[in-house]
Design a protein around this ligand. Structure first.
Ligand code: ADE
Length: 237
């Protein structure tokens, strides 16, 4: 097993297929653990893991539960130098977002864990530590900003208010869960997201997401390739 490589954690097969094709990572991938649907592909420069398919519902295992389990197991298997939660996201017109925009995290929070109890408020929000990759983002022309995670594709009014309050530029369903598993293992974390839909736009999220999923996943594959190249010299301080 290759060690000290970047590990990309991707939720949906449609998001992962273009980059696997570019990297010639063919086949079914390897299982991480008995009973867990996640799949792992590796070569000498990268590990890519997907959450696999939920056997009860026969759909991709998206969301925070599979993301944290997959990430935890994949870290223990691959001992990566950094973990990247990679996938699609919602963007925000209010912050000049656009379909196909490539975003690298500088902050990562949860927007739907409302726990108004002493001490638990901050626990709910998470605010996980994110690797400082500003120089890389600038070289690659990626936007840097806050990625906000929740388990729903839609955005309730409170979620929107919260995401506005932290200037979120990407709304996804996995990044903060991946960040949590990284924190447990003391492994550097970031998120690389490409916008499929505009959360504060006129078109429904589900319609815009389906329309742009393939385009955004192709953009994601290019973003991942560029990031792998730039991370060659990445070392933990
Ligand atoms: N992935 C792509 N678009 C999303 C959205 N609007 N919310 C959560 N995850 C997403």
């Amino acid at each position: 097993m290759y060690e000290s490589l970047p590990l990309f954690v991707i939720a949906m097969e449609a998001e992962a297929a273009p980059v696997r094709k570019l990297l010639d990572l063919t086949g079914e991938g390897n299982l991480l653990a008995k009973g867990v649907p996640a799949r792992l592909w590796s070569n000498e420069s990268v590990h890519i893991v997907t959450n696999g398919s939920d056997s009860r519902f026969d759909v991709d295992a998206i969301g925070t539960l599979p993301a944290s389990l997959t990430t935890f197991l994949a870290i223990q298997k691959t001992n990566p130098k950094i973990v990247i939660s990679a996938g699609t996201c919602g963007g925000f017109i209010a912050r000049d977002g656009f379909i196909g925009e490539i975003i690298l995290a500088e902050r990562c929070v949860f927007h739907d864990r409302r726990i108004p109890l002493e001490g638990f408020m901050k626990y709910g929000i998470g605010d996980f530590s994110v690797a400082n990759l500003h120089a890389i983002a600038e070289r690659l022309g990626f936007r840097v900003g806050t990625v906000s995670t929740g388990d729903s594709l839609d955005s309730q009014p409170y979620d929107l208010d919260f995401m506005n309050s932290v200037n979120a530029v990407a709304k996804d369903m996995e990044a903060a869960a991946v960040a949590w598993a990284c924190a447990l293992n003391e492994v550097p974390f970031t998120a690389l997201k490409v916008t499929t839909d505009l959360v504060d736009g006129e078109i429904t999220t589900e319609e815009e997401f389906i329309t742009n999923l393939q385009y955004a996943s192709n953009r994601l594959s290019e973003g991942i390739l560029s990031l792998i190249h730039e991370l060659r010299d990445f070392r933990t301080e």
